[in-house]
Design a protein around this ligand. Structure first.
Ligand code: BGC
Length: 553
């Protein structure tokens, strides 16, 4: 079953006694609202920037240019650094805030850290909804970014050290068997957030009086209220209590959240994890060691490539892009709803196939699909607008462009979307998982910021070539996956080193000593007994490396 596979591969899950308690339910709600908030913030800005009333109030120069450019250069009509700052500032703020968030979490505990994030969300959405000038818009977005930084972007399957608070809170509180589900569930929630934003923009654009955008922006506060209330009600995690030396409270809390007294084994593991994490004094230095080069490379390149697919050009700017190809405001917002729906439904393909087909098949198939669509869209636009940007698309022609964009979005939604997070979270050994996750989130935020900031200027200068530009990157990342990303399907997390060791390129970075002798012996003797339900498909070359090690035992 897909979900079990995620748990095993992603979490190295161990089944402890316990049941679904009210706390666990609230935790799932938190996960849901965290993802919704993030998705909502991704989807909302593009829609409001395509509304005339919003442009007239805050970006009159862009509005006039858009009016003047009707029938002339389409590529440049939205080119404004200030306009893109409205979208992008959130991600820069999130990046900076996440550095502070880890300190706040360590000192005050996760609860206060999340509460701080929730309040920033609330104030940010209130300022945005009430905005009277561009400064208020950007300050509001920055505060939303602070909220995102505190809430954390990814479900991080990390058990023992503080980083972004919601993911850690979730993986610490949730029973192991739902941890993996939360991982992909979080991505699904992001897609629901984006879709909700698209739908709300479509609805509010019809409000007479031109203040619908206020409703769109202020509604970001709704999931923020649930989130803040959750942070107030939810207790600190056992791990967090242990980290701060409250051992007795931690034990009591574990009993409470698992709904059973039979927590001794899990408690012992939490203590062991705390001691283990204390031993790694310099995780940042450790991750730079040669033997961690494969993981370091992946955790930098995967989020980088994910953003270089160009997906956020669609997620942020779909309505603007559709207006650029000649749709009116209404049709543009409707087209954004359609891409949002495709993004949501296509994510299920990943959920149901990733543990059967494996990560590589989805990455490779999704990559080829995205590339083909980018070439098609670039070419369709080139034919009609050329380099001058002058032209007009007939209804059917524009619908064909939208159709290709939808197929592209589907390809992303079952490959780089969920897998970017999943693979990055399942390849790290415990001692550096937390820093690995921080690097992952930071790289993602930096490049989300850059793409959001430069897309409209790139469109103005590269014209239809922008689609070939992102297509070029998709080609590079697909070749990268083909040659350098090993399959991690069904591999227990603690045995991941074997996967690297057997790889034609990465194998050279892993010394034989690093491969757990114990696992080798177990495997050779056929006595390997992990708690993982998924079959482990090790490549044949591994058996060879096992035998090489045997005599040294
Ligand atoms: C990415 C976001 C993107 C979203 C689209 C996520 O995995 O990190 O940047 O907007 O997918 O669904």
């Amino acid at each position: 079953m897909a979900v079990i596979g995620f748990v095993n591969a992603g979490g190295g899950a161990k089944e402890y006694p316990g049941k679904m308690t009210a706390f666990v339910f609230l935790i799932c709600l938190m996960a849901a609202t965290g993802g919704l908030i993030l998705g909502y913030d991704i989807g909302i800005s593009g829609g409001v920037t395509s509304m005339d009333s919003f442009l007239i109030k805050f970006f009159p120069a862009v509005y006039h240019k858009e009016e003047e450019d009707k029938g002339t250069n389409q590529y440049c009509k939205f080119d404004s650094q200030l306009l893109t700052t409205f979208t992008s500032s959130l991600y820069l703020a999130a990046l900076i805030a996440s550095f502070f968030a880890s300190t706040v979490t360590r000192v005050l505990g996760r609860k206060w850290s999340m509460l701080g994030g929730g309040v920033a969300f609330l104030v940010g959405s209130a300022i945005n909804g009430a905005a009277d000038n561009v400064a208020m818009l950007i300050i509001g977005r920055i505060l939303l970014g602070v909220g995102v930084g505190f809430a954390g972007q990814n479900i991080c399957l990390n058990n023992n050290s503080p980083s972004q608070s919601v993911p850690v809170y979730l993986s610490e509180m949730a029973p192991a068997r739902v941890r993996g589900m939360l991982n992909i569930g979080f991505q699904l929630m992001i897609t629901i957030g984006i879709l909700t934003a698209n739908l709300i923009n479509y609805g509010t654009s019809k409000i007479k009086g031109g203040w619908g955008w206020r409703v769109s922006l202020a509604l970001a506060g709704v999931p923020a209220i649930v989130f803040t209330a959750g942070a107030l009600i939810l207790p600190d995690t056992p791990n967090s209590l242990l980290e701060r030396g409250h051992d007795q409270q931690a034990r009591a809390m574990l009993r409470r959240i698992r709904g059973t007294d039979d927590i001794h084994e899990e408690y012992a593991h939490l203590i062991a994890a705390r001691e283990e994490s204390k031993k790694v004094k310099h995780p940042w230095r450790t991750i730079l060691r040669r033997r961690h080069r494969p993981q370091l490379t992946m955790v930098i390149l995967i989020p980088f490539f994910q953003q270089l697919t160009g997906i956020n050009v669609i997620m942020f700017y779909a309505p603007v892009l559709f207006k650029t190809v000649g749709y009116d405001s209404d049709a543009s917002l409707m087209s954004a709803v359609i891409t949002g729906l495709v993004n949501f439904f296509a994510t299920f393909v990943s959920i149901f196939t990733v543990d059967r087909l494996g990560r590589r098949v989805l990455f490779l198939q999704g990559g080829v699909q995205m590339l083909a669509c980018q070439i098609a869209v670039g070419t369709l636009i080139a034919i009609k607008f050329g380099t001058s940007g002058e032209g007009h698309l007939s209804h059917d022609y524009a619908a064909t462009v939208v159709a290709f964009i939808c197929i592209y979005v589907a390809g992303f939604a079952w490959s780089w979307g969920p897998l970017g997070v999943l693979v990055a979270s399942e390849i790290f050994p415990l001692e550096i998982r937390s820093v690995g996750q921080s690097i992952n989130v930071s790289v993602s935020m930096i490049f989300t910021f850059i793409i959001a900031q430069i897309f409209l200027i790139l469109l103005c200068h590269l014209k239809f070539g922008i689609f070939y530009f992102f297509g070029g990157w998709v080609l590079i990342m697909t070749v990268f996956v083909a040659f350098l990303l090993p399959e991690t399907k069904g591999v227990p997390i603690e045995e991941m080193a074997l996967v690297w060791k057997s790889h034609w390129f990465w194998g050279g970075f892993i010394s034989d000593e690093q491969i757990s002798v114990l696992h080798m012996v177990d495997r050779i003797n056929g006595t390997h007994n992990s708690n993982h339900e998924c079959p482990v498909n090790f490549p044949p070359s591994l058996t060879k490396s096992s035998k090489i090690l045997k005599p040294t035992m």
